[in-house]
Design a protein around this ligand. Sequence first.
Ligand SMILES: Nc1ncnc2c1ncn2[C@@H]1O[C@H](COP(=O)(O)OP(=O)(O)O)[C@@H](O)[C@H]1O
Ligand SMILES: [Mg+2]
Length: 475
Amino acid sequence: MPQSKVGSAQTSPTLPTPAHGVRWTTPIVETPGIVVLGSWIWRLVRFLVTLPFRFPVTVACLSASAGAWWWFDWPGPASLWGLAAVVSLVWWRAWPDTYRTWVTLRLLAWWRHVFVYRRHWQPVLVISGLAESYQERRYLPRIRRVTCSEWADYVRVTLVAGTAPADFETRVAELAHGFQAPSCRVVVDGPRRITLEFPRHDTLAEPLDALDVPDTADLTALPVGRCEDGSPWLLRLHGTHVLAAGVTGSGKGSVIWSAVRAMLPAIADRTVQVWALDPKRMELSYGRDLFAHYADDGESAVALLELAVADMQNRARRYAGKQRSHVPGRKDPFVLVVIDEVAFLTAYHPDRDVRRRAENAIATLTSQGRSVGFSVLAALQDPRKEVMNLRNLFPDKVALRLDEASQVDMILGEGARDRGGNAHLIHPTLPGVAYVRMETSPAPVRVRAAYVSDDDITAMTNAYGSASFSGGESS
Ligand SMILES: Nc1ncnc2c1ncn2[C@@H]1O[C@H](COP(=O)(O)OP(=O)(O)O)[C@@H](O)[C@H]1O
Ligand SMILES: [Mg+2]
């Protein structure tokens, strides 16, 4: 086998001959013993000082174990605490992330308890009118415990006899300011026990991009945005009607479009039809190919509403005595009637006959449509009674930014504002932020709808447009 050229060309490097025969070596300087000792002591002190912060659980368990052994001479509890210390170390080794998060939140809770809540508790309660300055401490509501999640502090409070959670509910704005939180929510835990929830920062400050289109559409829990605690905001449409209220620019369009986007798979497989009424011709015209029917002026909108009523009544007649609830299918799709700026039809339209017919049709749809698979999703600017007296026919409501404090209870129901549903305080720079009532929580929950941009709508129309269903246009 011929030898490799490269291999044969390699020669071992020769070291330069030292001048005058002197060979240089690296001088060895010995560190003085005192410096080595000092460095070791410094490391040990640093280790011991940071130990309780890095391993607070282990240190606490070991201290309890030593205390039980030393002072009380209890071998049983001492060994149990010792075992707990070992378990905590195993936890740290096996799941370092959850361990770190848990420890960080515990330390943060301790810090917030001592330096924020306990420190300012009495002055804030006195100034906000929840306690008197001359009261003895035993008449001051007592902080039982403070815990922290990644985004909020939870202050568990025991009320003094003779006070009610409602006293705190009416002072949420003062409490939020007092403890420098963006908001405050009161959750009633039981008799004389409440939890005050203080977000540490606004988790909804950043706009949310349009969510991914789900593989299947769950019409009872459509992902349309995010809740303040980071969980998805799931909107129910099947079996209910939804009213989204907010001033111009509050982001009503993003609620509508996020809902349509979450239903796309069902629109494509023809188990859902969206009928769109767009009297302002601004909001929905962009994606009209996604809709089974579309109407954009008063006359055609009313005609479309009446068509929906007729279809609904036909279906109800077919179901009578045979079927009690609706299951979406190709034969009987779920029909969502989307009405942007509903007051334009029911209050502002110049033709009295159009207003009356629109109101009648919406009232019929909302009172009879739920069980046969017809729902209404309506957007409204002004929730006052004279403008929209059909408000109460919508079981679910979304309060985006509102003009006046008094409008919050009109939308979210009695007492919603007192419980922290401050839709009138939503900042104009936060379109899409809203308060909603969830089945799981009596207090309104702050949410933000995902923003479906014009480009998203174009992409949705291209992918799921009119080829996907067999509807015609009424206008
Ligand atoms: N969820 C949202 N997140 C971020 N920005 C939004 C959101 N919704 C709306 N916006 C912004 O606010 C503007 C007004 O929203 P729009 O839905 O037209 O309000 P409305 O229908 O209530 O008058 C939009 O053009 C958009 O720039
Ligand atoms: Mg709009």
